[in-house]
Design a protein around this ligand. Structure first.
Ligand code: ZN
Length: 120
């Protein structure tokens, strides 16, 4: 089984505290004309879930950016990382619906199908 990760900050998820937000599929057009698709519900660790429920968009984007910077092989400017995270999360904020709920065992163990990238 693939280790499930938070779709926002990348933290490893633990069954029993893995939250799920319903979200319609959406896509983002990149500057080069390619299209990144985002499919299915979004998983969240407890801290990210709390930020989302509280509507803390800025803090959520900064949290994601810190995680990107930590795992990046080369230096990434913080503001750039925040901007990138915000672009993706704006799609989430616009397409999410309802209240979060905890993953069922089946959902937690299901393979992640996030969507793909189509170049122009
Ligand atoms: Zn998280």
């Amino acid at each position: 089984m693939q280790q499930p990760q938070c779709d926002f900050c990348g933290a490893a998820l633990v069954f029993g505290s893995s939250w799920r937000f319903a979200c319609d599929d959406f896509s983002i057009t990149k500057p080069d004309g390619g299209v990144q698709e985002y499919a299915e519900d979004w998983s969240a660790c407890p801290p990210c879930k709390d930020l989302i429920v509280a509507g803390e968009r800025d803090e959520l984007a900064q949290r994601a950016a810190r995680s990107v910077i930590q795992s990046a092989p080369v230096g990434v400017p913080f503001e750039f990382a925040v901007q990138s995270a915000r672009e993706i999360q704006d799609g989430f904020w616009s397409n999410r619906s309802g209240s979060p709920r905890l993953d069922t065992k089946e959902e937690f163990e299901a393979p992640i199908r996030r969507g793909g990238y189509r170049s122009r």
